[in-house]
Design a protein around this ligand. Structure first.
Ligand SMILES: [Zn+2]
Ligand SMILES: [Zn+2]
Length: 297
């Protein structure tokens, strides 16, 4: 939907409540050996993830702030946007068209680079991402929900932990927050806690890691604030259900050393009587963390 000009001459986006607008460029993304590509609106995914923006749109700048032609806000969810492939500057598609008409040429208003007549739908193959993580991610991009089949997966937190590591990999902090919130809700509803495999993935000691898992692990190790948040959540779920007899029965030798150390420290500092599980506190903290991490990026 192009921006509509009001009488004052400033353009305003039409707010579509039920049919958000994601632009007209469709990216097709293949993963691993699969011959069946996923399709996704390029602006939608590129706005959310710096990783995909780099892969699909090269040097395009972050889709935020104002259009350099009309100085109105850029909103990938409501407006058709376009960008210069030379300098990466973002504009409203309508403003760019108007500009070309007035200037009688197809040169970028910012850098004077030649503007191509036609922007092709990009197509890429990514060997470093897991297909199941991407499916969860794509569903979230369109619905805002982390859809997870609790019944089928039962108490398996592994897919969620993997999805969180995926969020760190593609640099999508909002998605990471949504995944952690889904885990918190699940923990609240079911009272089930992540098993040793989920913990091992989060602590980087899971044995049968393929190349993708190794890539996630290396990336997570370079993104400690995000990784520590996940680890802290896992430790907290254990602290909340800890019971003295549990430490006699459970085979702790298969848990990562680092996790056990974190668990002991947490138990020491959080006396069980003071440590009632509180979903609201967690969610409020998550929001603060997200703001913090966004500030750092
Ligand atoms: Zn504009
Ligand atoms: Zn330019």
């Amino acid at each position: 939907m192009p921006p509509i000009r009001n009488r004052a001459g400033r353009s305003r986006a039409v707010q579509w409540r039920f049919t958000p607008y994601f632009g007209s460029t469709i990216a097709s993304i293949s993963m691993g050996e699969s011959s069946c590509p996923f399709t996704v609106h390029a602006d939608l995914i590129c706005k959310s993830s710096p990783y995909f923006r780099k892969k699909l749109q090269g040097n395009r700048k972050a889709i935020e702030g104002k259009c350099s032609i009309c100085f109105d806000e850029l909103d990938a969810g409501n407006q058709q946007l376009t960008f210069c492939t030379t300098c990466g500057g973002n504009f409203h598609d309508d403003c760019a068209k108007q500009w070309f008409k007035q200037s009688r040429g197809r040169l970028c208003p910012l850098c004077r680079g030649i503007w191509p007549r036609y922007q092709a739908n990009p197509s890429i193959r990514l060997l470093s991402l897991r297909q199941t993580d991407f499916e969860l991610y794509r569903d979230w991009l369109y619905s805002g929900q982390v859809t997870y089949n609790h019944a089928a997966e039962q108490d398996d937190f592994k897919p969620m932990v993997n999805a969180y590591l995926f969020s760190l990999y593609v640099g999508d902090i909002k998605f990471g927050t949504a995944v952690l919130q889904a885990m918190i809700d699940w923990y609240e509803d079911k009272g089930s806690y992540p098993d040793q495999d989920a913990v091992a993935i989060a602590y980087g000691t899971y044995e049968d890691g393929d190349a993708i898992a190794r890539g996630y692990k290396v990336n997570a190790a370079n993104n400690l604030p995000g990784l520590h948040l996940l680890q802290r959540f896992l430790v907290d779920t254990y602290v909340a259900v800890a019971h003295a007899s549990w430490f006699e029965d459970e085979d702790w030798s298969c848990y990562p050393h680092e996790f056990l150390r974190d668990l002991v420290v947490a138990l020491y500092y959080k006396h069980p009587a003071k440590n009632k599980w509180n979903a609201n506190t967690w969610k409020a903290e998550l929001e603060d963390e997200e703001k913090d991490m966004q500030g750092r990026n």
